[in-house]
Design a protein around this ligand. Structure first.
Ligand SMILES: C[S@@+](CC[C@H](N)C(=O)[O-])C[C@H]1O[C@@H](n2cnc3c(N)ncnc32)[C@H](O)[C@@H]1O
Length: 267
């Protein structure tokens, strides 16, 4: 109990240390926010992208993959990740101007990647999409002490379970979407991937994420985009630290997006 409140206190302190003084003044004069969801609130932005029929269709398919992120086992539940899905669809579309395949490490039921497949009409691209996951949740033995103490294990039980059959069904219309089942990094060498144009990393803990960065870095073609789902989230600051440490000797920086994602362009 003491440990839990100590962790809560240190997160609160961390959050406060990043909070600018003006953050306490809400921009009420701007009227109603144009976007509220996924711990992001925005005013006065042009949200036309959200109403694009192509995006809406892809987004709904992603949301309808049978995830358990709402905390219930309801399927088809919209947890309002629009802006994050928008980032991934945009990055995957950009990848089509480059040589190389698409990769996601940390797929679960496939919210982001299912949306992408529809958004970019994946079957017409002539690419492969490699989807790495245990399809069983985060391997507890890969968690470090701080990750265990911050509740990743509990998160595992709440959000993840055996979702392989569900994911298989979700991608069944895409013969070149390959579900690679098992633990990263062990599974990374099970398939032959030569060039990568889009990489999304969303495994929620440091160890496999850094292993994936190391494995794919030289395979990423110049201009390839890497989307890091957890990079800017306070509760995932250990992943940010590790990614920054990985990027520093390569003289590359990740861009923190307001969605909590990180974006890297491979030089
Ligand atoms: C937040 S979920 C991914 C959500 C997904 N990107 C989406 O769009 O719905 C994290 C996933 O990472 C997977 N994962 C975590 N560590 C892993 C590892 N070492 N190897 C393979 N999968 C892992 C978990 O099984 C879980 O499905």
């Amino acid at each position: 109990m003491h440990l839990k409140s100590a962790i809560r206190r240190s997160f609160k302190k961390l959050r406060e240390s990043f909070m600018p003084a003006h953050a306490k003044v809400l921009p009420l004069h701007l009227g109603a926010p144009s976007y509220v969801g996924d711990a992001l609130c925005s005013w006065n932005k042009n949200m036309a992208w959200m109403n694009e029929p192509r995006f809406k269709k892809a987004y709904d398919l992603g949301m309808d993959t049978g995830h358990r992120f709402s905390g219930s086992t309801m399927t088809g539940h919209d947890i309002h990740l629009e802006w994050r899905v928008h980032t991934c669809c945009w990055a995957a579309s950009h990848a089509l101007h480059l040589e190389g395949d698409l990769v996601e490490c940390g797929v679960n039921t496939g919210i982001m990647s299912r949306a992408i497949c529809d958004y970019i009409d994946f079957n017409s691209t002539g690419r492969d999409f490699y989807l790495f996951d245990t399809y069983l949740g985060i391997p507890e033995e890969q968690m470090n002490k701080a990750e265990i103490e911050s509740g990743r294990g509990k998160q595992n039980a709440k959000h993840y379970g055996d979702c392989f059959e569900t994911a298989k069904k979700n991608f069944s219309a895409y013969p070149r979407a390959h579900l690679v089942r098992g633990k990263v990094p062990e599974t990374l060498t099970e398939v032959k991937i030569e060039k990568v144009a889009y990489l999304c990393i969303d495994m929620n803990i440091v160890y496999p994420e850094i292993a994936a960065m190391e494995f794919f870095w030289d395979k990423l073609v110049p201009g390839a985009l890497i989307v890091l789902d957890d990079y800017g989230w306070i509760g995932h600051y250990l992943q940010k630290e590790a990614i920054d440490e990985f990027l520093a000797p390569r003289n590359v920086k990740a861009l923190t997006l307001p969605t909590g994602q990180g974006l890297i362009i491979k030089p």
